[in-house]
Design a protein around this ligand. Sequence first.
Ligand SMILES: [Zn+2]
Ligand SMILES: [Zn+2]
Length: 300
Amino acid sequence: MKSSPVPRSRDIERQAGYLQPEHCAPPPPRLRPPGEMWFVRDGCGVACGLITWLLVLYAEFVVVFVMLLPARSVAYSLVNGALFNTLAFLALASHFRAMCTDPGAVPKGNATKEFIESLQLKPGQVVYKCPKCCSIKPERAHHCSVCKRCIRKMDHHCPWVNNCVGENNQKYFVLFTMYIALISFHALFMAALHFVFCFEEDWSKCSTFSPPSTVILLILLCFEGLLFLIFTAVMFGTQVHSICTDETGIEQLKKEEKTWVKKSRWMNMKMVFGHPFSIAWLSPFTTPDHGKADAYQYVV
Ligand SMILES: [Zn+2]
Ligand SMILES: [Zn+2]
């Protein structure tokens, strides 16, 4: 039972009638059939997502064709090529999963009279209704004006992945920032070695491209790498911190009072990345089992 002060922007009442369910007609909206991919139709987000892919592909091109193929040592090229391409593939796969996974959208327009009555609210029990998408808002959900939906545990809307970062896709977003930071660092490291190699050798031998083109391509890669390394490393740190403290970006901004159950840092990590701890934490292809981590919480 909650008696904390309620934000004015939220419609709150105890009985179905006060929530004005008639304003939500005609319900119900079209539900997404199971298996249909989640995709936010936002022009700016699609452009930013496309730019992200093009920048990673540009880095791939410079690393492979400007630096690794002309390198003297085959072993150096093979090891670094395999490492860079694997990390870049994981970064793009994480990006795809972050973009095309439902971040935790609350069913739209479910604030109908029938639904509110079916909740069988007890006197004093509080429910929130989102006036924008006519949904019954669970605790810690926020409305996103880009996705036009209420999102569970919404952290922020990221145009670079053209999606909200919420309860269901935070793992992929964190992995995306981590892999981008890693490939940026790796590319900068290889570029530094390549500059040394080119200064020692004749510039015409250190690349299949002309010396001015090589220098321009490498400088652009260094600029891109440095920018992305700083940006994604800071984002990764912020995300891990907010997961450990179990406080989303929005909750930190609004300085919302913590009304939910406090858990250990390790348990909070498991809630996002899955239980138990395994190599699957690093894979964008495995879906974390939030329910399992939840059940485990009560077993212990
Ligand atoms: Zn909403
Ligand atoms: Zn959003």
